[in-house]
Design a protein around this ligand. Structure first.
Ligand code: B12
Ligand code: SF4
Length: 519
């Protein structure tokens, strides 16, 4: 008989409950892809539990208490986006109250790009993992288990007594080698992932992007590069997700459309392996879809793609230039730009029976009311599900620097940096006016999508139509419905409701108020 002499490290990995206006948890609750990847990549003798707190949004405190009591973790890891920073601090404080000696590790976009926000001793973080975490976390857990110095682990900031030490950044992983093992979905301890009533999972086929849109966090996070997982591994991963019940799979690649021949090969392989009975969702650029629409779009449809998130960003040339998103949205002829690729991309997808989730950004520095209205009118005409956001100054992006330099940031409460709360103004419009215009127009576009949703998932829509409408029209009363109250009053009520919704757990923020607001 063999004995494993290494002590088992018990690890609890958490993603935050904070959700996004365009993916309401009634209809969309997706797993965090990072956590299952981290779980797979620690040494196999460790015990890992993954809990996506979006599945327990109405009982966060109780769920965390149960998890900590049942698992008795030695290490708790949290995956955090910027708008989840405040919730994460409160979760850490709660965890520490239950198990004071636990090691707390944070990773993901916010700790990677704003590490200074995580070093205050009152927050209680021991280690900040910056950038890709799979290999770093493996080495970190090994070092904690063996008691070896963390200074030998690239890619971390760690607390050493009263000081914070930094190790050199870890280069991005080349995914064609077998270094990064496929996700361990069995580690998930909560259930209820859904996309309109169908079980949903996420799969990665590549990482990175070679573009440099000014609003996007990817480039600061990992530089401009693109790495591909071998297709055989991707197919096994899809089969694993499907075998565990997934009927909808979201490819969470940063930009799968960088390599169209490979994307087409993936579609063919999905069809050949008989994995085309799943609904796929993907995000991509308009230019390659417009250019390769005649071959790519029919293949995508055949493979099972249903929703395509298009990074349209804006339909006005000046705004596209500001967002550094002109190149990826260019329709070209003989290498020359002849216009915006958006309508051609939308038409290629629609012709082949796919639905467009339209990613647009309104409220850019020089936006006038007409500029915002033009984008909203475009969305009304062309997109099936609006995913319209406001420019949000996430840490480290070039866009954040532009907004700071022009003095246009009007809100520094980062828990409101959720994309649909306008936190910047333009030279011509207040943040509130920008948000109001988007909010008022978007609700009706969402209502219109219910017909398509009903066609695909009638039972789910019948059961949940009222709740979905109630969510979309939060703030509406019978008086406003019959025109006795103006839309601004409804908007103010909606904002007050949204503010209350952000209180995901009744536990205090460990940071003093004056330190907890910085962007
Ligand atoms: C898929 C995705 C989504 C999905 C699903 C999210 C989910 N279930 O978690 C959907 C569509 C719902 C979504 C929505 C939003 N998203 Co999003 N999303 C992404 C996307 C495309 C891929 C993320 C992913 O799964 N990658 C694969 C995994 C394996 O990589 P990873 O997350 O980077 O994790 C690695 C490291 O970060 C690290 N790591 C991560 N967590 C942890 C934790 C620990 C303990 C450790 C050690 C390491 C570690 O290790 C991981 C493995 O290497 C990214 C990036 C992009 N290209 O746009 C944006 C991105 C993460 N989203 C972002 C944002 C802002 C949002 C929204 C607020 C609005 C929006 N722009 O759509 C909403 C809010 C989400 C919510 N919780 O409600 C921003 C975050 C910016 C920031 N600074 O916080 C990103 C970077 C996009 C951008 N605009 O730049 N999103
Ligand atoms: S193309 Fe997409 S992933 Fe690439 S930099 Fe632009 S927004 Fe980010």
């Amino acid at each position: 008989m063999q004995y494993n002499r290494a002590p088992i490290v018990r690890i609890l990995l958490l993603s935050m409950p904070d959700s996004f206006e365009h993916t309401p948890t009634i209809a969309v609750r997706m797993p965090n892809g990072a956590l299952a990847s981290l779980a797979a990549n620690v040494d196999p003798h460790h015990h890992v539990a993954v809990a996506d707190l979006v599945l327990a949004q109405s009982s966060v405190r109780r769920t965390v208490e149960h998890l900590v009591r049942d698992i008795q973790p030695d290490v708790v890891g949290l995956s955090v986006m910027t708008f989840q920073r405040r919730t994460a601090r409160r979760v850490i404080s709660l965890v520490r109250s239950l198990k004071p000696g636990v090691r707390v590790v944070v990773g993901g976009y916010d700790p990677s790009l704003a590490p200074d926000e995580w070093t205050h001793p009152g927050i209680g973080v021991d280690v900040i993992v910056r950038g890709e975490g799979d290999l770093t976390f493996r080495e970190l857990v090994r070092a904690l288990e063996r008691g070896t110095p963390l200074s030998a682990v690239p890619g971390v900031w760690y607390r050493d007594g009263v000081t914070v030490q930094r190790t050199p950044p870890r280069p991005v992983a080349s995914l064609d080698e077998a270094d990064i093992r496929p996700p361990q979905r069995a580690a998930r301890v909560l259930s209820g992932y859904t996309m309109m009533g169908r079980p949903v999972d996420v799969v990665e086929t590549s990482r990175g992007c070679t573009f440099d849109c000014s609003f996007c966090s990817i480039i600061e996070m990992r530089g401009r590069n693109f790495h591909r997982f071998p297709l055989a591994r991707v197919l096994d991963d899809i089969a694993d997700a499907r075998g565990r019940g997934a009927r909808v799979i979201f490819f969470v690649d940063d930009n799968i459309t960088i390599d169209v021949p490979r994307f087409e090969a993936l579609c063919r392989a999905i069809i050949d392996r008989g994995l085309d009975d799943v609904d796929y969702i993907v995000q991509g650029m308009t230019a390659p879809i417009a250019e390769h629409g005649t071959t790519l779009a029919p293949l995508m449809k055949k493979a099972g793609f249903r929703y395509v998130f298009l990074g349209i960003e804006n339909i006005l040339e000046d705004d596209l230039a500001f967002l550094q998103a002109r190149a990826k949205n260019s329709l070209r002829e003989k290498g020359r730009r002849i216009g915006n690729a958006t309508t051609a991309a939308v038409e290629a997808l629609h012709r082949n029976g796919m639905l467009v989730v339209g990613g647009l950004i309104v409220g850019n520095p020089d936006d006038t009311p007409d500029a915002v209205a033009a984008n909203l009118a475009f969305a009304r005409k062309y997109v099936d599900w609006p995913y319209i956001q406001h420019p949000t100054p996430y840490p480290g992006t070039p866009m954040t620097r532009d907004f700071v330099e022009r003095g246009l940031i009007s809100n520094s409460r980062v828990d409101e940096y959720d994309g649909t709360t306008a936190v910047t103004r333009s030279a011509h419009l207040s943040a509130e006016d920008i948000e109001f215009m988007r909010w008022r127009a978007e609700r009706w576009m969402k209502v219109r999508h219910m017909a398509a949703a009903f066609g695909h998932d009638p039972a789910f829509v019948l059961r949940n139509a009222f709740r979905m409408l109630a969510h979309t029209f939060r703030g509406t009363t019978w008086r406003s419905a019959v025109g006795l109250e103006d839309a601004r009053a409804v908007f103010q009520r909606y904002r007050a409701i949204r503010k209350r919704e952000r209180e995901y757990l009744d536990w205090p923020d460990p940071l003093p108020a004056d330190l907890s607001r910085t962007a």
